[in-house]
Design a protein around this ligand. Structure first.
Ligand SMILES: [Zn+2]
Ligand SMILES: [Zn+2]
Length: 200
């Protein structure tokens, strides 16, 4: 069920958040297009492939061979033009935050910007055969999850809810791409209560 079906679709189109997708470095066009379609269907919001930025070379940690996730966020921030809009960066490089081995994504609800990494979602990363469908499903789940954070949701205890915290890829594969009824209710009430309090 999409948010549009549970009341958010009743908001005037001008008030509804739009999702701007920003490729950070090289991202397969099919992956971007698949994400845009999936997010439109799942959330019922407008989604536009807004542009492309370079991977911030200063964020690279040679010893880990990974990029720190946080420096990506200010780079994609300029793509947020209207207060309610959400910006989702997508990158092919592997991301980390200092306290964790890696992250599938990172969200900053204050600026309404999030980033996801496709690196560890690709079966080929683990020496497995390419599986574009599975890859796409995983990317959509991680994207919806980070956007859920941007919309104010925390992690959910239900393993089948998209807001369940993925500690491993098995968690991502187990959970669905949708918000559970509790998370959906929470989203709707947040929208109604907080819509006019967003950072502009
Ligand atoms: Zn999370
Ligand atoms: Zn939930």
């Amino acid at each position: 069920m999409t948010l549009a079906l549970i009341g958010l679709g009743q908001m005037a189109a001008a008030e509804a958040p739009q999702i701007h997708l920003v490729a950070c470095g090289s991202v397969p066009p099919a992956a971007l297009a698949g994400l845009a379609d999936g997010l439109r269907q799942e959330l019922g919001f407008k989604v536009d492939p807004a542009g492309e930025v370079q991977v911030p070379s200063a964020a690279y940690a040679p010893r880990r061979r990974q990029y720190q996730a946080e420096p990506f966020l200010p780079l994609i921030r300029p793509y947020r033009q209207q207060a309610p809009d959400l910006v989702l960066g997508i990158t092919g490089v592997d991301l980390y935050v200092p306290s964790l081995n890696f992250v599938f994504g990172l969200a900053d609800p204050r600026t309404r910007c999030a980033i996801i990494s496709l690196a560890r979602l690709d079966p080929q990363y683990y020496g497995q055969a390419a599986d574009p469908r599975r890859f796409q499903e995983r990317a959509l789940k991680e994207a919806v999850h980070e956007l859920g954070h941007l919309l104010g949701l925390s992690h959910c205890r239900r393993p089948d809810c998209v807001m369940f915290f993925s500690n491993s890829l098995a968690d991502t594969d187990r959970k669905g791409q949708s918000f559970c009824p509790d998370c959906r209710r929470s989203l709707v009430s947040r929208f109604i209560n907080n819509f006019n309090k967003l950072e502009s």
